[in-house]
Design a binder for this molecule. Structure first.
Ligand SMILES: [Zn+2]
Length: 324
């Protein structure tokens, strides 16, 4: 009996392991086509009506740690400003053992609406340079691990809309970092360059600069995830050369701008992955850009297996196109 041609095409899921992140990912590209009612653009953080990171409101934050630019401490005139987080996840005078450390906020610009992707060259490089300086200072203070991250949009965990980064210094090495060390040691190879090489062979390269490269990992776990690394294998951001800081900053800035155009300003996380402060073992710090256009659902939460709905090589092609 003749069957009518199907009006749908069944996607073919594929299980991929990610040697760099240790994650197990089900690539299910067909799911990106399923009906959506939620928009990609998440509302910006509601937050207080009076922004504590805007110039003139310096008294709304704890006394500043340092600044770039002009003016007296805790007064306007700054271009970038570092303050302790008012609601730290670690540190503070009363922290219990294990929860000691430091939690700082780096405000990228006096402009309330200028996210990292909209910074000019000088502003983007100054931001990553200041993040490296804070990571160096917190390393010198003897903390075990320093993490640098940017959260943009409420769905990505940002509670204040004014663009900023978090620098969190822990007095212990977190399990995910220990696991990454173990993967690097077991591989006896540069897992970051290996991931980059596999992606490049499959058409997943996004951009190259003299001291930085960006690509979509073939087993990335978040739609339109982009990875960036400096040209040389160094364990931490604090070890990066000025040339690498400059090229990584500009690469991340350009990718965030392109993802904003492509995905209608999605919420996102930018996470610097690096070694513990005292670890001399070979490693390669890298930056993970994670647009948050999907939410981990029950399957992911219960199984630990992540679902990727956009083929990474197609994502890379779309980001390359948006970069033009
Ligand atoms: Zn503001």
């Amino acid at each position: 009996m003749l069957q009518p041609p199907p009006s749908y095409a069944l996607a073919v899921p594929e299980l991929r392991a990610d040697p760099l992140t240790g994650e197990l990912v089900l690539l299910a590209p067909g799911r990106a086509a399923r009906p959506h009612t939620a928009s990609g653009r998440a509302p910006t953080a509601a937050g207080p009506t009076r922004c504590p990171f805007c110039p003139g409101h310096e008294g709304d934050t704890p006394p500043e740690v340092t600044r770039v630019g002009d003016g007296a401490p805790n007064q306007p005139g700054w271009r970038l400003r570092v303050v302790p987080n008012l609601y730290p996840i670690v540190g503070g005078p009363d922290a219990s053992p294990g929860a000691t450390g430091a939690h700082e906020v780096v405000v990228f610009s006096p402009d309330h609406d200028r996210s990292f992707g909209r910074l000019d060259d000088q502003g983007a490089v100054a931001a990553l340079t200041l993040l490296r300086a804070r990571a160096r200072a917190l390393t010198a203070d003897g903390h075990a691990y320093v993490q640098v991250a940017v959260n943009e949009g409420r769905a990505a965990g940002a509670s204040i809309a004014h663009p900023h980064a978090q620098v969190i210094a822990l007095d212990f090495v977190p399990p995910a970092v220990e696991a990454a060390r173990a993967r690097f040691a077991a591989a006896a190879a540069d897992l970051v360059l290996a991931d980059l090489g596999r992606a490049a062979d499959a058409g997943g390269l996004v951009l190259t600069r003299p001291h930085a490269t960006a690509w979509c990992g073939l087993a990335s776990s978040s739609a339109y995830e982009v990875r960036v690394c400096g040209s040389d294998a160094r364990p931490r951001l604090v070890d990066a050369t000025d040339g690498e800081v400059e090229d990584v900053a500009l690469a991340v800035r350009d990718i965030l701008r392109s993802l904003g155009d492509l995905l209608d300003d999605p919420p996102y996380n930018v996470v610097v992955n690096e070694s513990p402060t005292s670890d001399a073992a070979p490693s390669h710090w890298w930056v993970r850009i994670l647009p948050r256009i999907a939410v981990a659902a029950g399957f992911e939460l219960g199984s630990g297996v992540l679902v990727e709905t956009v083929d990474p090589t197609l994502a890379a092609a779309a980001v390359r196109e948006a970069l033009r």
